[in-house]
Design a protein around this ligand. Structure first.
Ligand code: S3P
Length: 429
């Protein structure tokens, strides 16, 4: 994809359904009794991998564009897969599905693409093993492919060293099949879609926050049945983030992004943009199935550098590549800290972000847990996405304010979370 600088992005945008909620709607729908009807399902490669896996586990799933119907078979209705479960590029599929599979009375194997098979899985193997699960890394390197065989699970309390919704959700899902209560404490609250949605499906689940620290604990008890739901997936704030950034940094722009999920565990980017001096207004705020939703109006603003650290990090972890792009054209210096988790995403995003920003002439220094960026002018470059969807989209935004042409290599990787990204873009020109 070749892009160049522009001005005056104007109009309305509808971003596709939230990736995290789309995954969970298929997973929870499959182990619920009765049908789950999902509207505005994200037809991205990651969520399609989840559908593929549950079909391999014997679940009948009908796809009709962005409307998906899952014919759930109950908590014990999955059947032994006849094939290896192909999780593609999706960390969420791998980690959440492993939690469900740990509680089944059949064997399974999961494997993904090269990037997925190099991401850390010890973070789920350790707590699941403590629960009595039989789960191992086939190559003994702490990564997928994973092998899971039947066992009987018991509840544990797990103190997670990382604020990771995938780890938390994996343990809670295994907890549905365990004897007694299962609880997970994380250092600060990560996205809580699992807790909100499982409650809607009828699970016995609760959460609480420590009064004297940022720690947060979720608890689940096994239940007899989950019940199919009708779900309308809100627009994905992680996809909206690219249009928020574009609206703020492209001169003479005004963009209205409609129906975006603004769950506080996901919307750190809104606080960061405001702190950087961004003109952002939330309109039409409402709550649906426990999830906050709003329309987001952004207008071109002169941004300035800030420090981003601490417990806000998990609420914007996937948006850091595009936040870094905003920082690269802001006045002054932005420091991003406490974000070592970036290293274990689809790529090492400390490296992919800083390498590509450097290629565009930015003054940026990687650090062990983030980066330091001094804003200035960007110039066009060839962007090496290393097949990371968020790098492709973040640097497509950078291209719009860079002098000269920018080439996004392997831009097709946006299909992972936002197949229509470039079409939406054209609609604003
Ligand atoms: C996700 C959790 C986050 C996020 C990922 C989706 C989820 O990962 O980066 O894109 O749906 O639970 P971690 O749990 O590894 O932080």
């Amino acid at each position: 994809m070749e892009l160049c600088n522009i001005t005056g992005l104007k109009g309305k945008v509808q971003v596709p359904g939230d990736k995290s909620i789309s995954h969970r709607s298929i997973m929870f729908g499959s182990i619920a009794s009765g049908d789950t009807e999902v509207h505005n399902f994200l037809e991205g490669a990651d969520c399609l991998a989840t559908i593929r896996c549950f079909r391999t586990l014997g679940i009948d799933i009908e796809e009709n564009g962005s409307v998906v119907t899952v014919h759930g078979k109950g908590l014990h209705g999955l059947s032994a897969p006849t094939d290896i479960l192909d999780v593609g590029n999706s960390g969420t599929t791998t980690r959440l599905l492993s939690g469900i599979l740990a509680g089944q009375n059949f064997e399974s194997k999961l494997s993904g693409d090269e990037s997925l098979n190099s991401r850390p899985m010890k973070r789920i193997i350790t707590p699941l093993t403590q629960m009595g699960a039989h789960i191992s890394s086939i190559l003994r390197n702490g990564c997928a492919p994973l092998y899971i065989s039947p066992s009987s699970l018991h509840g544990i309390h797990y103190n997670s060293p990382v604020a990771s919704a995938q780890v938390k959700s994996c343990i809670l899902l295994a907890g549905l099949y365990a004897e007694g209560e299962t609880s997970v404490t994380e250092p600060s609250l990560s996205r809580n879609h699992t807790e909100l949605m499982l409650k809607e499906f009828g699970a016995d689940i609760s959460s609480s926050h420590a009064l004297d620290s940022t720690e947060s604990t979720a608890r689940i008890k096994p239940c007899r049945e989950l019940y199919g739901q009708k779900i309308t997936v809100p627009g994905d704030i992680s996809s909206a983030a690219y249009f928020i950034a574009a609206g703020l940094i492209v001169p003479d722009s005004e963009i209205l992004i409609e129906n975006v999920g603004i769950n506080p565990t996901r919307s750190g980017i809104l606080r960061v943009c405001e702190d950087m001096g961004g003109d952002i207004t939330l309109l039409n705020e409402r709550v649906e199935a426990g999830e906050k939703i709003a329309d987001i109006l952004v207008r071109t603003s002169q941004l300035h550098g800030i420090t981003i650290k601490g417990d806000i990090i998990p609420t914007l972890i996937d948006e850091i590549p595009v936040i870094a792009v905003m920082a690269a054209v802001a006045e002054g210096t932005t420091v991003i800290k406490d974000a070592a988790e970036l290293k274990v995403k689809e790529t090492d995003r400390i490296e992919t972000v800083t390498d590509n920003l450097k290629a565009m002439g930015c003054n940026v220094t990687p650090t062990p847990d983030g980066m330091i960026i001094t804003g200035g002018k960007l110039k066009g470059a060839s962007i090496h996405t290393l097949l990371d969807h968020r790098i492709a989209m973040a640097f497509s935004i950078a291209a719009l304010v860079a002098e000269g042409n920018t080439k996004i290599l392997d831009s097709k990787c946006v299909d992972v979370s936002y197949p229509t990204f470039y079409d939406t873009f054209e609609g604003l020109l």
